[in-house]
Write a protein that binds this ligand. Structure first.
Ligand code: HEC
Ligand code: HEC
Ligand code: HEC
Ligand code: HEC
Ligand code: HEC
Ligand code: HEC
Ligand code: HEC
Length: 372
């Protein structure tokens, strides 16, 4: 359809005098990148501050948007034509990109959360304060801590509060902030292999090769009753024994993650979860699904449902018992290193995010200044 139309448009314009700006609905990314792919392209405002106009091609290439065929002008929708005889071939004051135009549900849920509400205090926190824009990638397969680093920890220092919560660092490493702060979002438990002897997370490939199977064969190998498509507690234990026999002293960490769901944006302080038994109880209603979670070398996730009873097993170190044996081990292992990460960066980004509209206005007046 679009192609047809642009061919049509092209025919019309080819019959017109050459000095008319060429116009087409199908501006290619490469046309923009002819200029914006140049790392020296900067704009200097009236205060002499330089703003880069460079778009990093690789980051964009691997972004979820590019992969899904979203182009520059799908987001920068007010660039409808390029007047290539001008130094700046499009309007100097482009409108803000409207993420909500394509992500309506997320925007509605976001409106119910604390960040949108901060606008009553004059703070604007844009979608891209958490997500970025030219390099948005799916964080679905990342461990909890990496997800948080990419979003919440840019601005918040949770270790400075939550004083009612024991083992703060452990919780921030294994419980996604949104599991407590957007409690209406469905959750699940991901079990990840941990080597008690070597004290590190095991590569799934190493686990599978020790077990003499692969991603496709794993479930069939241990699902002995064959009646279900998950592992029950006994089958799970057999799998762990098989690993031990092959010299891998496997234990598991339980990560509590939020599902990919627009409600994740309903971030709240007042309704945040804090009751220990919500999670540390065998019959917790708070999460219903438990899965073994393997992320392979290519970053692809493979998951195998397991009966939630395995959370009571020795291999999972009595997840249900707050203060169980795991506590002391974690301290010794020293994987408690969340606090204090990049405070400078946080403040910087916070500053940028909340002053974005201001800078935009400044930029605009600066460009008007340049014109005069
Ligand atoms: C001939 C070079 C050139 C091409 C081609 C070009 N741009 Fe630009 N663009 C510029 C320059 C120069 C500026 C800075 C203008 C200024 O000084 O305010 C700019 C600024 C921008 C801005 C920032 C505007 C703002 O208000 O912050 C965006 C966004 C942008 N361009 C998008 C695009 C897109 C999308 C395309 C392709 C459809 C494109 N550009 C093609 C030269 C170009
Ligand atoms: C997913 C939406 C999206 C896509 C796709 C996108 N942009 Fe942007 N772009 C933004 C946002 C958001 C901003 C910053 C704030 C604003 O302008 O609203 C921005 C800013 C810019 C800027 C100003 C400099 C900067 O980095 O802040 C330029 C130049 C630009 N984009 C060019 C491009 C080009 C060229 C492409 C295609 C290769 C592209 N954009 C694709 C969303 C997008
Ligand atoms: C305070 C940080 C934050 C802000 C601001 C934010 N998001 Fe999100 N968003 C998240 C988190 C966290 C996830 C879940 C992904 C993950 O686990 O890392 C997510 C997931 C998403 C997803 C994929 C999941 C889904 O719902 O399909 C989309 C799309 C999305 N956000 C769009 C938006 C849009 C549009 C806005 C602005 C209206 C926005 N986000 C603002 C934190 C934020
Ligand atoms: C022109 C439509 C369009 C616009 C505008 C747009 N997106 Fe997207 N976005 C998509 C499509 C298509 C996908 C891929 C399918 C999906 O995951 O929903 C996507 C996916 C996403 C995801 C999901 C990543 C994941 O976890 O899978 C996030 C986050 C996201 N966009 C954020 C943004 C932000 C932030 C903006 C504004 C800067 C924005 N989008 C603007 C179309 C758009
Ligand atoms: C761009 C910076 C930024 C990012 C990223 C960010 N926040 Fe915030 N957050 C703020 C600001 C600013 C406020 C408003 C503070 C206020 O209202 O005084 C806030 C408020 C909150 C509050 C309410 C605090 C209160 O005192 O009422 C919670 C809870 C919260 N954020 C959690 C999160 C979570 C969880 C994430 C990650 C998904 C996140 N934030 C990402 C900047 C950010
Ligand atoms: C186990 C549940 C839980 C986890 C995990 C959690 N929080 Fe909280 N958080 C709460 C509760 C409950 C409150 C409100 C009581 C309080 O102030 O401590 C709170 C308060 C906050 C506040 C407001 C602090 C203030 O100034 O009053 C922010 C901001 C916040 N959390 C951010 C985060 C971030 C970021 C993460 C992830 C790194 C996170 N939280 C992880 C339960 C949690
Ligand atoms: C939102 C769910 C959630 C809440 C609420 C919660 N925890 Fe946890 N807790 C977890 C997860 C997940 C882990 C990490 C388990 C792992 O490493 O395998 C954890 C780990 C722990 C640990 C580390 C030792 C061990 O056995 O693994 C202790 C101690 C603990 N929690 C106590 C508490 C106490 C006390 C409260 C109430 C003040 C509480 N938790 C609230 C989910 C929660």
């Amino acid at each position: 359809m679009n192609k047809m139309r642009s061919v049509f448009v092209a025919i019309i314009f080819s019959c017109m005098p050459l000095f008319l700006p060429s116009s087409s609905n199908a501006l290619e990314n490469s046309e923009c990148m002819d200029c914006h792919g140049d790392s020296s392209l900067v704009r200097t405002n009236s205060q002499g501050i330089k703003n880069s106009l460079f778009v990093e091609g690789k980051g964009f290439q691997y972004s979820i948007h590019n992969i899904n065929g979203i182009t520059c002008i799908d987001c920068h929708a007010d660039v409808t034509e390029l007047a290539m005889d001008q130094e700046v071939p499009h309007s100097l004051t482009l409108g803000a990109v409207n993420c909500a135009g394509c992500h309506e549900e997320e925007a509605v849920e976001y409106g119910k959360g604390v960040h949108q509400q901060a606008s009553s205090k004059g703070l604007t926190i844009q979608c891209y304060a958490c997500h970025g824009y030219h390099d948005v990638v799916s964080s679905g397969n990342l461990p909890v801590l990496e997800r948080e680093n990419k979003s919440c920890l840019k601005c918040h220092e949770p270790a400075k509060f939550h004083n009612w919560l024991p083992q703060k660092e452990t919780h921030f490493t294994f419980v996604q902030c949104t599991a407590c702060h957007a409690p209406d979002t469905p959750h699940r438990i991901h079990l990840r292999f941990y080597d008690l002897a070597k004290k590190n997370f095991l590569q799934p490939e190493a686990v599978l090769s020790a077990l003499g199977t692969d991603f496709d064969g794993f479930l069939a190998k241990f699902d002995e009753d064959g009646k279900t498509d998950d592992l029950n507690a006994e089958e799970f234990d057999n799998m762990v024994f098989a690993l031990n026999r092959r010299g891998l002293r496997a234990s598991f960490h339980a990560e509590l993650v939020s599902e990919r769901d627009p409600r994740i944006h309903q971030i709240t302080k007042v309704a945040a979860k804090r009751t220990c038994e919500d999670c540390h109880a065998p019959d917790s209603k708070f999460f219903e699904s438990v899965a073994l979670y393997f992320v392979d070398r290519d970053g692809e996730a493979h998951q195998y449902a397991v009966d939630r009873k395995v959370l009571e097993s020795y291999s999972v170190n009595n997840f249900y018992v707050p203060g169980g044996s795991r506590m002391r081990q974690l301290d010794r292992f020293g994987i408690l290193a969340v606090a204090g990460a990049g405070v400078g960066i946080m403040l910087h980004l916070l500053g940028r995010a909340v002053t974005a509209p201001l800078r935009k206005r400044r930029k605009e007046s600066a460009t008007h200044g340049d014109e005069a």
